[in-house]
Write a protein that binds this ligand. Structure first.
Ligand code: CP3
Length: 337
């Protein structure tokens, strides 16, 4: 049994480790492939290259899992929206078209995303059986945030636009959640061992809407994962103290905390659940002394607890792989003191 599964299911405390965004821009071997593949969505839908990128971090680092090289925005893409990635401005999606959305069925959806499922099969074949393959989805709210273009230039939520769109959001929520479950099911059938649900923009939701747009859809998806007997990790980034409410309602196998959550608070308040992550990815750009101090803080707080080492968000693109290795060495040699 893999170390992560043993932590998730048997609540073992042997400190497995992987990194969000490990299969991405900080790796020179990824950038080499990326430079020759300018269309990001097409790269995600190239099964052979996607599988190659997925296992790159396992070749370079002593880590316990791979995460499939794909993107949360492949769901809006499969539901009929054009998705492009412009340098420095982030993803751009074409106007959401309800008529196209209405016409998509499970069969069409599966056909469009089939290369992802093939990439999972190829990656799994290429991996040591002691390592886990993590698949993922973006939670419905985080997808909606992009699908309806709810981000203001300063990165905050465009509250007026959000309020105007609420009837439309309600209209698509159930079907979007169903398709998210469908994508998970297909990824499980292809050989994934663990699911992670990224709700990157959960923290932008006005308090009044956290239950309806974050907790409820996450709960439905977690229930779906449990029914399918696959461990599930939730990452409702930015929820601050509402992490406690989230855990009590959604009850995933593991909760991934962001860098704004105090680890001691988490240990005290997020009870009877495996915890993942926390360390600020910006610390990897600081001096080794500062990095090690912060890293040890997390290791000490969660020592003797079912804890999966990870960061509080994805690795930043300008991170040096040697710094990632220093973290791995420290985690591997940590003896609980
Ligand atoms: O290594 C991995 O984690 C696996 C692959 C992965 C990608 N995206 C590849 C990617 C995963 C798990 C994601 C999830 C994702 N995508 C999220 C949730 C996690 C998070 O970081 O909050 C979100 C919000 C997205 C949407 C997205 N995709 C954005 C906002 C961007 C542009 C900004 C950025 O981080 O680059 C992407 C592009 C993207 N997705 C890249 C990669 C490797 C960079 C593409 C490039 O090379 O230009």
């Amino acid at each position: 049994m893999s170390k992560i599964i043993n932590t998730l299911i048997n609540k073992k405390c042997d400190l497995p480790i992987w990194f969000m965004r490990q299969a991405g821009r900080h790796l020179p071997e990824f950038r080499k492939i990326r430079n020759n593949n300018k269309d990001f969505i097409r790269l995600c839908l190239n099964s052979k290259l996607s599988a190659k990128i997925t296992v790159q971090p396992l070749i370079r680092y002593d880590i316990d899992a791979a995460i499939i090289f794909s993107d949360i925005l492949l769901i809006p893409y499969a539901l009929g929206q054009k998705v492009s990635f412009k340098k420095n401005t982030g993803p751009e999606l074409s106007e959401f078209d309800f008529d196209i959305f209405k016409k998509i069925n499970k069969k069409k959806f599966k056909k469009i995303l089939n290369p992802v499922y093939q990439a999972i099969k190829l990656s799994k074949n290429d991996m040591d059986t002691k390592k886990s393959l993590i698949c993922f989805i973006g939670a419905p709210w985080t997808l909606i945030f992009y699908m309806f273009g709810l981000k203001k230039i300063n990165g905050e939520l465009d509250v007026n636009k959000f309020k105007r769109k609420i009837p439309e959001i309600r209209k698509i929520m159930t079907k979007l959640t169903n398709f998210s479950c469908e994508h998970i099911k297909n990824q499980i059938l292809a050989g994934s061992d663990i699911v992670q649900i990224f709700d990157t923009w959960a923290g932008l939701l006005p308090k009044k809407y956290i239950n309806e747009f974050c907790i409820k859809p996450n709960l439905r998806i977690v229930k779906f994962c449990k029914k399918n007997k696959i461990p599930v990790i939730c990452f409702p980034k930015g929820l601050k103290k509402n992490y406690k409410l989230f855990v009590s309602k959604v009850k995933p196998d593991c909760i991934s905390i962001d860098y704004d959550v105090n680890p001691s608070w988490a240990k005290l308040n997020l009870k009877n659940i495996c915890i993942q992550g926390g360390l600020n990815p910006k610390m990897l750009l600081k001096s080794e002394k500062k990095l090690m101090y912060e890293l040890n803080r997390y290791l000490k707080v969660f020592s003797g607890k079912p804890y999966i080492f990870n960061l509080g968000h994805g690795i930043m693109p300008n991170t040096n792989p040697s710094t990632v290795n220093k973290i791995i060495n420290q985690v591997r040699s940590f003896n609980g003191k």
